[in-house]
Design a protein around this ligand. Sequence first.
Ligand SMILES: [Mn+2]
Length: 326
Amino acid sequence: MGNPSFLFGVPPPNENGLLYAQAVFVVPVMNTHPFPPFLASEYPPAEPEKAFFHIIPAPFESSVSYGGGTRSGPEALLEASQQLEAWTSGHVSPGEAGFYTAPAVVCEGSAETVLARIEAAVARALDCGAVPVLLGGEHTVTLGALRALAAGDGAPFGIVQIDAHADLRPEYEGNPLSHASVMHRAVADLHLPLAQFGTRDYCREEAEVRRRYGVVWRDADDLADNGLQGPLLPLNFPKDIYITFDVDGFDCSLMPATGTPSPGGLFWHEARRLLANAVSGRRIVGLDVVELAPIPGLHAPNFTAAKLAHHLMGLALASRSRADGA
Ligand SMILES: [Mn+2]
């Protein structure tokens, strides 16, 4: 890898307000290489216009509060995805609907600059009729996807968040675009309905934000003690949902490779049952897997994150098939 190679990126909005142009610009970067397409070992990459899924790597890392490394998350997840089987649980094959892995979002510049690029990449996915699958990067990247969906012409949608943290601080260390504030931006700025599951590390101020904005939640302790107990989402929650899965929602023994690992989290089958419950009767319009911070030499968490992304795509495919009457 001694030769220069290139990362491709979607340009930020231009002065005419266009979200993206046809051409991409090229930023030379030393000692990097294009990320492998998602599960290319089983499915050759589809054309963007024909793919059901646009997988968008967003290796953004800026507002680290504990351990770093999320900038390496998308590449590690994509590499690990080559080891996946074609089926997810329930014998669903998302790849048959077409995977297009977009060029990695260029993550140089300010958070707002990067968010504009993410928004453009997600808008492009939506224009293609695809489900955007964003791979972080720190949790801040979710805001770019939410902005694109909110600006689109789709039906109203709500957010289903799996996370150890509420991410509801108005700002964190003076930064309103911190990963610890991303859901505050969603509820306060974008006015999106929000449901949080698996939460266990948050403060009084965030609990007050929950009440102020009518956030739905089931904390990890409650889920462990009482189980799911009926539908997780209220009847009046939007039928269209965006799923944001912060991998620290998993227990830290299953997912040590994240910036703020925490005990008392979800295990695989708990997460699977929780997601099935939340998705039931609803349609997934986009999703992300964020905050993977790979540990050199430890492959299991990367594979766990890849399998999670694949599983979520299986749920999205099934949810859209139901909604479309297929
Ligand atoms: Mn988070």
